[in-house]
Ligand binder design. Structure first.
Ligand code: PBG
Length: 308
């Protein structure tokens, strides 16, 4: 009678790769998650595939940051090298790349900014141009799908056009269609070394109070050519996930984010509840609410638990 069943194919494993590291480094706020060095990737990817996972989501941490995010679209950049390393080791593993500028900008914002005294503005169209360049360089390095997480307006259309015009019609787009400005991204900013140096992200990420706006954002991304639409964070936004899945009938993903992960880890470590049972319940809820794919830092453990 069970209506919802989890399989290893439901999960996408995020991997952080740092240009500054010679070997892996644990992320304090996310027990079990680490930043990897380029040299760790073949083994890491092989292990993910051996566990039955189909896809990984790559984040890069560059050595050098500047005000134009040049590391993001450098053909020899950390993500571009990482894609090549993974594809050389595991050609069948689906490589999804995060397309954003925040890790590459010295100020940590997801786009190009202009400061006027104490106020700052994110310049939408200038940012979209750099994002499209970034997506193209990921596709050229071998990414199967690109996942823009910046929340600028019009970036899905611009990326689709740029990819098509350069012969990457087959490269897919997962759009973070409804990405809310959230307290639950806290630990990620340590993992990706991308905290904003001034201001916050509320001018481009969504207000958690808005559901209709999420539907409008998703409609635009679908219209502009997104193949998969994503909602983020996960548990506090199950209603949004459900509505988007019902309305658009498109493959829909959800990102169970760093703070959601850290929260369960902390409770489990204190013996408040059992980790495995809690995680399986959460993931089942996400799938029941309409997620076709779930990005989660537990992807490896889930693959193990589900096969035993
Ligand atoms: C930004 C980005 C963020 C996450 C993924 N991409 C952080 C943010 O928007 O501040 C968060 C993921 C997580 O918390 O696990 N490029």
């Amino acid at each position: 009678m069970r209506e919802t069943r989890l399989t290893a194919h439901d999960f996408i494993l995020p991997l952080f790769v740092s240009e500054k590291l010679k070997s892996r480094r644990n992320i304090a706020s996310m027990p079990g998650v680490s930043q990897l060095a380029l040299a760790d990737l073949p083994e890491e990817a092989g292990q993910a595939q051996a566990l039955g996972l189909q896809a990984i989501l790559l984040f890069g941490i560059p050595r050098h940051k500047d005000e134009e995010a040049t590391g993001a679209y450098d053909d020899g950049g950390i993500v571009q090298e990482a894609i090549r390393a993974i594809k050389a080791a595991c050609p069948d593993l689906v490589v999804v790349t995060d397309v954003c500028l925040c890790e590459y900008m010295s100020h940590g914002h997801c786009g190009v900014t202009r400061r006027d005294g104490n106020h700052f503005h994110v310049l939408n169209d200038e940012s979209v141009e750099l994002l499209a360049k970034t997506a193209l360089s990921h596709a050229a390095a071998g990414a199967d799908l690109v996942a823009p997480s910046d929340m600028m307006d019009g970036r899905i259309g611009a990326i689709r056009q740029t990819l098509d015009a350069n012969g990457f019609k087959q490269t897919g787009i997962i759009s973070y269609a409804a990405k809310f400005a959230s307290a639950f991204y806290g630990p990620f900013r340590e993992a990706a070394e991308s905290p904003p140096q001034f201001g916050d992200r509320r001018t481009y990420q969504m207000d958690s109070a808005n559901a209709m706006e999420a539907l409008r954002e998703a409609a635009l991304d679908v219209q502009e050519g997104a193949d998969i639409i994503m909602v983020k964070p996960a548990l506090p936004y199950l209603d949004i996930l459900w509505r988007i899945r019902e309305r658009f009938e498109q493959p829909t993903a959800v990102y169970h984010v760093s703070g959601e992960y850290a929260m369960v880890k902390a409770a489990a470590e204190k013996g408040i509840f059992e980790e495995r049972a809690a995680v399986l319940e959460i993931m089942t809820s996400l799938k029941r609410a309409g997620a076709d794919f779930i990005v989660t830092y537990w992807a490896r453990e889930l693959a193990k638990w589900l096969s035993s």
